[in-house]
Ligand binder design. Structure first.
Ligand code: C2E
Ligand code: MG
Ligand code: MG
Length: 484
């Protein structure tokens, strides 16, 4: 029996039946299947929103690029891009506008690279540009990659205009946006490093570019790797620290005038078995990033409220207020209000003595939601202070709408108040502002009597700082209180 088949649609064979020679043929229309195959391929390898290569195709191209580099001896480069403030745009104008911006970014990226280069959407607002076949000389390849990255950076920083129209062509929304990107770049040569190493290196460099304020190109260097390893160890230690109860809460006195202790601020302390005392400045940011701030923050709340409840049962401590720091991630957590109310219930602490300290970073996203939460807690008797006032993003419009009762003049202002006339002017303005809004003001980080006098001269009579006391374990604080 002979068989002949055309490549894909027909199969014909010569058969013999009852001594007669016959041709038997099958024909199948596979247009539909082809279309389905293409669609499956599209979905598997391309990002539906932007039409760019997706993560999977990018990884595939990266492997090919590394193999090609191995043969040619030429460098390749990977650019890791993350849009700056994309979340803000999404929150303010909705996902439709966010999607439009992503599509426009994709278009600009495609227009500024060569045909052989790959542009991919890595996820969310992250994009990758893979540059193939650069020079064999490292310095030269570096300069080539830098040129492309700078071009990309500058193109993405051009203003964006997004226009939504109805079916009848009328404009319903018109958004103008000044966007930019943080770009991390790494070079690679053949298979000297793995695919994942290359991606991680570019990602680390991108984070550095973000830290430098965004709209920046940053190349990977070995120092970043070290810093990253250190961070990973810190993350791991934090995790163990929570499990092994290495954290405690210390209390720093807050005063009215020079000798009346009105309350305390609870400050988290970490005693690590080999690192020794680790200050919050070293671990709060990492705890925020990893989400470990949630169990840590809840622990502080629980400990401090238990203490507050104990104090309220003794005459000499019953008047003390308790200030607790709440970080952005904690405050924005959907359970935050319920958790605080549950802790109050469990510990029996008086909500009127509880002051939550928020920094301006809490206000960067979802201000409306923040106001709702603050009002709920306020209704339960809890009041709020704005910590490190003047160092972050403060919009006077929002400030007026927040149910605040106190601002804290930031330590970094108090530090320079005697030496820098500009700082003095800022503090004066902050105090006038607080007064006009009916808010109390407390200065933190007061270290010297001269600083205190200047503050008092401007009408600020509440203080916290080493001039009076550092943060202390509870027994030591109680001893201080007894002496006062
Ligand atoms: P913060 O809330 O502004 O706290 C004041 C910081 O200034 C504390 O540092 C305190 O020890 C320090 N300080 C007080 N008086 C002086 C002074 O006279 N001179 C100087 N140079 N420093 C003074 P600490 O305890 O290292 O905390 C740093 C930051 O970490 C805090 O700033 C707060 O933002 C955060 N933090 C501390 N505990 C917690 C916590 O339980 N939860 C959260 N989310 N953040 C916390
Ligand atoms: Mg504070
Ligand atoms: Mg502060």
């Amino acid at each position: 029996m002979q068989e002949r088949s055309s490549p894909n649609t027909s199969v014909a064979s010569l058969i013999t039946a009852n001594g007669e020679r016959l041709i038997q043929a099958f024909h199948r229309d596979i247009t539909e299947r082809r279309r389905t195959d293409e669609l499956v391929r599209e979905l598997a390898y391309y990002d539906p929103l932007t039409g760019l290569a997706n993560r999977m195709l990018l990884k595939d191209r990266l492997i090919h690029s590394m193999l090609a580099g191995q043969r040619s001896g030429n460098f390749g480069a990977l650019l890791f891009l993350d849009l700056d403030n994309f979340k803000l745009l999404n929150d303010q104008h909705g996902h439709g506008v966010g999607d439009m911006l992503l599509a426009e970014v994709a278009k600009r990226l495609r227009n500024c690279v060569r045909q052989i280069d790959t542009v991919a959407r890595f996820g969310g607002d992250e994009f990758i540009v893979l540059l193939d076949d650069l020079a064999g000389d490292k310095a030269q390849a570096h300069s080539q990659a830098d040129q492309v990255a700078e071009k990309v950076r500058s193109l993405l920083a051009d203003p964006y205009e997004m226009v939504f129209t109805n079916q009848d062509g009328t404009t319903v929304q018109h958004v103008q946006h000044r966007g930019s990107a943080s770009i991390g770049v790494t070079l690679f040569l053949g298979q000297d490093s793995t695919q994942d190493d290359v991606l991680i290196a570019a990602d680390l460099a991108m984070y550095r570019a973000k830290d430098m304020g965004g709209n920046t190109v940053c190349f990977f260097d070995a120092q970043m790797q070290l810093a990253n390893t250190a961070k990973a160890i810190l993350r791991n230690d934090l995790h163990n620290g929570i499990l092994e109860k290495q954290f405690s809460v210390h209390y720093q006195a807050q005063l009215l005038g020079v000798d009346k202790i009105t309350g305390v601020e609870a400050l988290l302390r970490w005693r690590h078995p080999t690192r020794g005392w680790v200050t919050p400045a070293e671990f709060i940011a990492t705890a925020e990033k990893t989400g470990l701030i949630l169990p840590l923050g809840l622990g502080v709340l629980e400990t401090a409220c238990t203490q507050l409840s104990l104090w309220s049962r003794r005459r000499e401590t019953a008047h003390l207020t308790m200030a607790i720091n709440v970080s952005a991630r904690q405050f924005h957590h959907s359970d935050f209000v319920d958790q605080v109310l549950a802790v109050l219930e469990r510990t029996g602490a008086n909500p009127n003595l509880l002051k939550l300290e928020l920094t301006e970073s809490v206000l960067i996203t979802d201000v409306e939601g923040v106001i709702v939460k603050m009002n709920l807690l306020n209704a339960a008797g809890i009041s709020f202070s704005l910590d490190d006032f003047g160092t972050g993003y403060s919009s006077l419009v929002y400030l007026k709408r927040l149910p605040l009762s106190k601002i804290k003049v930031a330590q970094e202002f108090v530090r320079d108040i005697l030496t820098d006339p500009d700082v003095l002017a800022i503090v004066r303005m902050a105090l006038v502002l607080a007064d006009s809004m009916g808010l109390e003001a407390i200065a933190e980080g007061v270290e010297t009597e001269s600083q205190r006098k200047v503050l008092a001269g401007m009408g600020c009579h509440r203080y916290q700082g080493y001039l009076f006391s550092p943060a202390l374990p509870v027994q030591e604080f109680e001893a201080l209180l007894a002496r006062a």
